[in-house]
Design a protein around this ligand. Structure first.
Ligand code: NAD
Length: 495
């Protein structure tokens, strides 16, 4: 029965289940990834993921997984990134739990038909948008927040009624292993399988046909993902990175501004996609900015961040060497020391950096904070606009001043970025009502809360007419005469 459905469907290039069963029985040439995707599709086609009750049940199971396995998750993140248990709770699991809670509470509302405005021609009809599941979604996660960036898209996928193949990053290997071992104990195994592996496994997954691909990671691989998706005309969400600028107005309260910037930059050892990548400010405040940041580093991480338990590590040797090489040619104002054996790099501030410096050529994704001086907000805007559109843009300027309004609104009006935050860093990620995503080189699409639900749904246009009220002389029916098109009478014929 299912085989017939498959053969006659758009997926007829996939072997039908009976054929597939015989293949698995007698030794198959199908790859593990092919089998997993095929199984997820079969499970999706049974319709089991669609009822709201089922979706809520799975979401609650996901919540239970996070609370019951908090220690396993924290231990894995400690091994991957040297984060403390509390830090993992704050930056990984709390947000996830919040996303699940919102989805459980609002799912019925999100999934309900959405009536739209009717025209004169459809006044007697039912006209609405019906969100419907897309099918099988591939979620490819990144390593820097291995739980948040992999499971938050899964919340959206489950809420929207899809099946989802989850591919955690192999770089955060401890987290990936725990996810692979424990998640299937809580979620439906067929609908939401976890596939571990490296580049070749991801590439094999990308050869399969999906109904949506949700990728988090760097833009270079993002392009490969999009290329692979194009072969099947599969839509993509690309949550990418880039250099997020931070402009500091000279009249701002530098103590508060630098405190928030220091936190946003050095948390997770600078390995945060929305971390302020570099500072733009006038030369007259550069030294004060350095001194304020110095104070905050000592306050947050002590005089010896290397021995402080709440200061992270670079994920691996490759990234350690990459980040260290970015120091080349720059003046170190704070920090600069490192220990390769521990993948440790001190919180580091670089001053008098220019746009041509090595550290300004790529996303830093590590604890280096360059300061580039500009003559004012106009030059800052020009500097930002000469580069790729950032994932986040931060502007610090005083409250309650006419000039402030000008600075903030000027930056908002004259630049573009995935998000803009004034007088803080990172916190927009926690506002689930805001769409999270990039623009241009920093990404395609968005998620969080209903934005994620909509992203992984098809918003189907529905127009339900009745068979009565048939007008034999309606404008649409031939012959198309001048009389039918004549509006001068003030009468509009139904088409
Ligand atoms: P990564 O190395 O873990 O790669 C991400 C995924 O891509 C992995 O699952 C990996 O298996 C797969 N992959 C790697 N190379 C591949 C290839 N050649 N072909 C197919 N698949 C491949 O993560 P990363 O890219 O180092 O992550 C860091 C980047 O991600 C930064 O740029 C950061 O800004 C960005 N990021 C963005 C967000 C966001 O929400 N926008 C969140 C986290 C990280």
């Amino acid at each position: 029965m299912l085989g017939v459905v498959l053969e006659s469907s758009a997926y007829s290039n996939i072997p039908c289940p009976l054929f597939y069963q015989s293949l698995t029985q007698y030794g198959s040439s199908m790859s593990r990834e092919q089998l997993v995707v095929e199984r997820a599709r079969r499970a999706f086609q049974t319709g089991m993921s669609k009822p709201l009750k089922f979706r809520v049940h799975q979401l609650k199971n996901l919540h239970r997984f996070i609370t019951e396995r908090r220690k396993d998750i924290a231990d894995a993140v400690k091994k991957d990134l040297n984060k403390t248990e509390h830090s993992t709770e704050l930056f990984e699991t709390l947000g996830l739990e919040g996303e699940i809670d919102v989805a459980v509470e609002r799912l019925a509302e999100w999934a309900a038909p959405r009536p739209v405005e009717k025209s004169l021609l459809t006044i007697l009809d039912e006209v609405y948008i019906q969100p419907e599941p897309l099918g099988v979604v591939l979620i490819i996660g990144a390593w820097n927040y291995p739980w948040a960036v992999t499971l938050q898209p899964l919340v959206a996928a489950i809420a929207a009624g899809n099946a989802a193949v989850v591919k955690p990053s192999e770089v955060s290997s401890h987290s990936a292993k725990v996810m692979e071992e424990l998640l299937p104990l809580y979620l439906d195994k067929e609908l939401y399988p976890v596939v571990c592996g490296g580049v070749s496994e991801t590439q094999e997954l990308l050869r399969q046909r999906f109904d949506h691909i949700f990728y988090t990671g760097n833009s270079t691989v993002g392009k490969l993902v999009m290329e692979a998706a194009a072969r099947h005309l599969t839509p993509v969400t690309l949550e990418l990175g880039g250099k997020s600028p931070c402009y500091i107005d000279k009249d701002v309260d530098l103590r508060v501004a630098c405190r928030r910037i220091t936190w946003g930059k050095f948390v997770n050892c600078g390995q945060t996609c929305i971390a302020p990548d570099y500072i733009l400010c006038e030369p007259s405040i550069q030294d004060r900015v350095v001194e304020e940041i110095r104070k905050c580093i000592t306050e947050f991480y002590t005089d010896d961040p290397k021995t402080f338990e709440d200061y992270g590590r670079i994920i691996n040797q490759r990234h350690f060497q990459r980040v260290m090489s970015l120091l080349e040619g720059s003046t170190v104002a704070i920090g600069g020391d490192s220990d390769q054996s521990q993948c440790y790099i001190a919180p580091t501030v670089l001053k008098d950096v220019t746009g041509g410096s090595k550290v300004m050529q790529e996303e830093i994704f590590g604890p280096l904070l360059p300061i580039v001086t500009v003559s004012g907000v106009d030059e800052a805007i020009q500097f930002i606009n000469e580069r790729e559109k950032p994932l986040a843009l931060y502007v610090f300027s005083p409250d309650n001043k006419v000039k402030t309004i000008e600075v903030k609104s000027k930056v908002i009006a004259e630049t573009s970025s995935g998000a803009l935050v004034a007088n803080d860093c990172l916190v927009h990620f926690t506002v689930s009502a805001l769409p999270f995503g990039g623009v241009g080189n920093s990404g395609i699409g968005r998620y969080h809360s209903q934005h994620g639900f909509d992203q992984l749904s098809h918003l189907r246009a529905c127009l339900i007419k009745k068979l009565n009220l048939e007008d034999a002389n309606a404008m649409r029916y031939p012959p198309h005469t001048a009389k039918k098109l004549d509006h001068s009478t003030g009468q509009i014929n139904r088409p």
